[in-house]
Each structure stands twice: as structure tokens, then as C-alpha cells.
Write a protein that binds this ligand. Structure first.
Ligand code: HEC
Ligand code: HEC
Length: 284
């Protein structure tokens, strides 16, 4: 058995020795793979369809490596200075610009292009996409997502509650932080379940990345947050109502309080001044 097995495999082994040099390319280093996973995979798949950004499969057939390198070094500049192609990929991303990539240079761009080329040849790339479960979302998911958002329920990894930096319509302007944007419309802005799910699985935000890299959001928590944001987007509440109205009221309330305080203070002072003037007049 064993002999037969070996001998039948031998021609294959022989063939691979001759064929291999044709494909000879340094395999992408662990470092490049990790870089892509941390910095790109939350917005791009390779062969798994678009997320926030386009699917990168077939990239080198669409663009030459000079363009890609230039784009990676200065994404927004390349789009703004570009023509029809650039306007189209921006429009297809609903006007979301790709953020600048920290530490990008021509050498790193070259390694990433090589990685993309090798991954797109695979039957299934390791970057074919984060699998966000497609089971129906329930009211229980929405509730759990809301509790995670508010910090009423802890993330398993100890990730920080979203409400410390974000608000959303049903939470209202007083409830949330404003270091990050209002997330009422984020479900549709980041193109729904799959893309938002991938985004949250490894947040590419400069502010969030350092906090979430070692404290990732577990997949069932991602699903709950996606359900919550889907519910927020469907609620019909406008983020501006939730944010500006309380602030306007707060502003008016503050102004009124200050007026009352000033009035009391000045009236007393004025009385005091008048009293001393009258006193002086009498003494004169
Ligand atoms: C926050 C989301 C986001 C991240 C993170 C991101 N991109 Fe992008 N990327 C986009 C968007 C959106 C576009 C479409 C162009 C635009 O609107 O700026 C794009 C376009 C591209 C393109 C041009 C694609 C084409 O079909 O012409 C390449 C190449 C690319 N990105 C590579 C990368 C690489 C490599 C990384 C990691 C170093 C990365 N991107 C990280 C969002 C992102
Ligand atoms: C320390 C503050 C902080 C925390 C905590 C935080 N975020 Fe963010 N988030 C930001 C900032 C700031 C941005 C805007 C992008 C940037 O400047 O990095 C952002 C952007 C986002 C975006 C993209 C919005 C858009 O329109 O592009 C989403 C989605 C998001 N956060 C979701 C969350 C969720 C969900 C949580 C909780 C698990 C969370 N964030 C926790 C600060 C935070």
C-alpha cells in the first residue's frame, strides 16, 4: 500500500519541483499579513465582496502598481486629483474616503500589493471576509446591543463602553460622549450588516484601534451591536433632534440662569453703591 502510494505521488512531486520556480515569489511575511489584518481587513475583503471599501480581488488588473502605491500613500489626495475612475470608487463607497494609513510608504505598499496578488489567486483567501452570522436578528439582540452600547452589560474582552465617546438618537444628547460621531445613521452609512460587522470586528478608527486591538468585540457582541444600530436607523429618529435640541435648551437654560445671577449680584451692588452715595450726600 505504502509503496504504491509513494510511487503514485512521485510524479507529482517531480512536477512540482519543475513548476514551482514559475510561481516563485517570496511568500508574504507574517508581518505583512498581520498588517493587512489589522489595518485593511475591516474595510476590504479579497474576493469576498465589498465592505466599506471595494473588494481588492482583481486590483492589479484595474490599476497599475504606481497608481496603487500613490493611492496608498495619499488616498484622499489621489481621489481628489483623480478622474472618472477615482470619482467612481468614491461614489461606490457612498462618499466615504479611505483614511490615511499610518506608516505607509512605497516599500510597504509593494509588500501589500504582492500580498493581494497572492491572496486573490487562492481558492478562498484568508481575507475573504469576516463571517458575520446571517441568522435573523431579534428584539433580544437589539436589547443586548443597547446594553453593550450603554455599558450596562460588559464586553467579554473588557472593551470600553461605546457611550463614553458616542451617542445615538434614542439615547439622546445628554447620554453619550461626543469625542466620536453620533452613530444613529451608522448602519446605513457603513452599508449594513456585513460591512458594519466587519468594521466592528476590528475598528479601523485611529482613536478606537489602540483600545480595541487587545480587547476585541466578540462575534455575538458584534451581532448584537449591529442589531441595535439597525434598530436605531429604522427608528426614524434624527440625530440632529436628539443632539441639538437638548444642547439648545441647555444653552437657553444657562443663559437664563446667568441673567438671574447677574441681576441679583448687580442689584445688590447697585444698592450698595447708591447707599454709600446717599450716605456721602448726607454727610456733605
Ligand atoms: C475605513 C475603511 C478603509 C480602510 C481601513 C482601508 N481602506 Fe482601502 N479603501 C476604502 C474606501 C472607502 C476605498 C474607495 C476609495 C475612496 O472612497 O477613498 C478604498 C480603496 C482602496 C483601494 C483602491 C481599490 C480599487 O478598486 O481601485 C486600494 C488598493 C485600497 N483601498 C487598499 C487598502 C489597503 C491596502 C488598506 C490597509 C493598509 C486599506 N485600503 C484600508 C476604505 C478603507
Ligand atoms: C475612546 C473613544 C471611543 C470609544 C470608547 C468608542 N469609539 Fe467609536 N469612534 C471614536 C472616534 C473618535 C471615531 C471617529 C473616527 C476617528 O476619529 O477615529 C469613532 C468612529 C466610530 C464608527 C465609525 C463612524 C462613521 O460614521 O464612520 C463606529 C461605527 C464606531 N465608532 C462604533 C463604536 C462602537 C460600537 C463602540 C463601542 C463598542 C465605540 N465606537 C467605542 C471613538 C470611540
Amino acid at each position: 500500500m505504502r509503496l504504491i502510494h509513494l510511487s503514485s505521488v512521485f510524479p507529482l512531486l517531480l512536477a512540482s519541483v519543475f513548476v514551482a520556480p514559475v510561481f516563485a515569489q517570496d511568500p508574504p511575511s507574517e508581518e505583512t499579513i498581520n498588517f493587512f489584518a489589522r489595518n485593511c481587513a475591516s474595510c476590504h475583503t479579497i474576493g469576498g465582496g465589498r465592505l466599506t471599501g471595494p473588494d481588492l480581488a482583481g486590483l492589479t488588473e484595474r490599476r497599475d502598481s504606481d497608481w496603487i502605491t500613490q493611492f496608498l500613500i495619499d488616498p484622499k489626495g489621489t481621489i481628489d486629483a483623480g478622474g472618472e475612475y477615482e470619482q467612481r470608487i468614491l461614489a461606490e463607497s457612498r462618499g466615504v474616503y479611505m483614511p490615511p494609513v499610518p506608516g505607509m510608504n512605497a516599500a510597504l505598499a509593494g509588500k501589500l500589493i504582492a500580498l493581494i496578488e497572492q491572496e486573490e489567486q487562492k481558492e478562498k483567501s484568508q481575507f475573504a471576509g469576516v463571517q458575520v452570522s446571517d441568522r435573523p436578528l431579534t428584539a433580544a439582540d437589539v436589547k443586548k446591543g443597547r446594553e453593550l452600547f450603554l455599558g450596562a452589560l460588559d464586553f467579554e474582552s473588557g472593551a470600553p463602553a461605546c457611550v463614553s465617546c458616542h451617542t445615538s438618537a434614542s439615547i439622546g444628547g445628554f447620554g453619550g460622549g461626543n469625542l466620536g460621531p453620533d452613530l444613529t445613521a451608522v448602519y446605513s452609512r457603513l452599508e449594513g450588516r456585513t460591512a458594519l460587522g466587519a468594521w466592528l470586528s476590528s475598528p479601523p478608527s485611529e482613536t478606537m484601534k489602540p483600545l480595541f486591538a487587545d480587547h476585541p468585540i466578540e462575534s455575538d457582541e458584534v451581532l448584537a451591536l449591529v442589531a441595535f444600530f439597525g434598530d436605531e436607523a429604522a427608528s426614524g429618529l434624527e440625530q440632529s433632534e436628539s443632539q441639538s435640541l437638548p444642547f439648545l435648551l441647555m444653552g437657553l437654560g444657562l443663559a437664563a440662569t446667568l441673567l438671574v445671577i447677574f441681576d441679583l449680584v448687580w442689584r445688590n451692588r447697585f444698592r450698595g453703591v447708591r447707599r454709600s452715595l446717599i450716605q456721602e450726600a448726607r454727610n456733605a
